[in-house]
Design a protein around this ligand. Structure first.
Ligand code: SF4
Ligand code: SF4
Length: 356
């Protein structure tokens, strides 16, 4: 497994800010063997949450992604499809122009991951119907999955076996559309690299922050341009349209709770409490564990990921409120899911562990 968060020893002043913000006990090791104390990372315990990236005043904590390799390969004529996390729209006011520019650089198809959100929601609903699990934590968030795998192994069976939305998108492209070309993902999350190793369908994790750094370093100004995501087969264009509606109104998890009103859904909102909540669940102290738990590392959700372009933490509340429009679109969605049943294989979107 790749180590995502790295340290430049020379820049470390030993201030221990990283230790204070880290949600994992012992993920940082203080080295006081010299007169200049240093804090190092224990990669076996680190969950790549990125909290120390923001807290470190010297830039000693950093991450690398695949941005340079992506542009080098594009430059050399490698055909690469781009799948774009929905957070891109929140992170860049001129997101359409940036994607249009990437197309001129050679990205031959640019696809909205809202497609994968729809597939992921459909797969969860069908999985719950078939296997009736007592608890599930969907996995769009690699640090949460890493925390459970490394620090709460007794909860591992609660991790949903359904692939994340971005993985569902790549699976659809590779298995259904038989896309031979490489896929690059545009994400706000350095830790997605860990997730991509599971299937190897995504060859590059290009984070928003590094994309912006690349544009700045190469003195590239993005011209205004019109852009639309590429259309795919019928099911995709339907799903994309509907997904963009429901992203505005409710999350995918909210959608599941609406269609299945007996499923108790809950959200844990901030990195200050999500890991302590998981600890209390693993110690069996929490008695309110829902059937579906939407647990995210970043305050405000993926838009505020450590590889994103939003520097400020913001505390917008993520709720499952449903308005009238959402109710209508959820009824349509139940119909859409019946159509998807005939077009996709559920087993493609479920990890092998889901059937053991
Ligand atoms: S990335 Fe997160 S878990 Fe890893 S050392 Fe930094 S704060 Fe701790
Ligand atoms: S926050 Fe940065 S400078 Fe301070 S101890 Fe951690 S790595 Fe070193």
């Amino acid at each position: 497994m790749k180590h995502i968060i790295k340290i430049d020893d020379e820049k470390c002043r030993g201030c221990t800010n990283c230790v204070r913000v880290c949600p994992v006990k012992d993920a940082n090791i203080t080295d006081t063997s010299s007169d200049k104390p240093k804090v190092r990372i224990d990669s076996n315990k680190c969950i790549s949450c990125g909290a120390c990236l923001r807290a470190c005043p010297t830039g000693a904590r950093f991450y690398s992604d695949d941005t340079e390799r992506f542009f080098d390969d594009l430059e050399s004529g490698e055909p690469i499809a781009l799948i774009v996390a929905p957070a891109f729209k929140e992170n860049f006011e001129n997101w359409r122009s940036i994607l249009a520019w990437l197309k001129t650089k050679g990205a031959f198809a640019i696809i909205d991951v809202s497609l994968g959100i729809e597939i992921c929601t459909w797969a969860h609903i069908r999985y719950i119907e078939r296997y009736n699990p007592t608890a599930l934590i969907p996995q769009p968030c690699p640090p949460i999955a890493q925390y459970i795998e490394k620090h709460c192994p007794e909860m591992q069976s609660d991790l949903s076996p359904v692939y994340s939305p971005i993985q569902c998108t790549s699976i659809y492209l590779k298995k259904v559309l038989k896309l031979p070309e490489k896929i690059s993902a545009l994400t706000p999350c350095p830790a997605k690299t860990i997730e991509f190793e599971e299937t190897n369908f995504v060859s590059y994790n290009v984070t928003f922050k590094k994309l912006l750094a690349y544009l700045t370093a190469h003195d590239i100004s993005i011209p205004d341009a019109i852009f639309e995501f590429d259309n795919l087969a019928a099911v995709c264009s339907n799903a994309c349209t509907m997904a963009s509606d429901y992203i505005k109104s409710v999350s995918g998890i909210g959608c599941i709770s609406f269609i299945y009103s007996t499923i108790k859904v809950d959200k844990v909102k901030s990195s200050e409490n999500v890991y302590r909540y998981l600890d209390s669940v693993s110690r069996k102290e929490a008695t309110d564990f829902p059937v579906l738990l939407d647990a995210l590392n970043c305050i405000g959700g993926c838009s505020n990921g450590p590889g994103g372009n939003l520097e400020k933490s913001y505390t917008q509340q993520m709720t499952c409120k449903l308005n009238d429009g959402a109710i209508e679109s959820n009824i349509e969605r139940a119909n859409l899911f019946s159509v998807i049943d005939n077009m996709l294989q559920l087993t493609d979107y479920i990890k092998p562990s889901g059937f053991s």
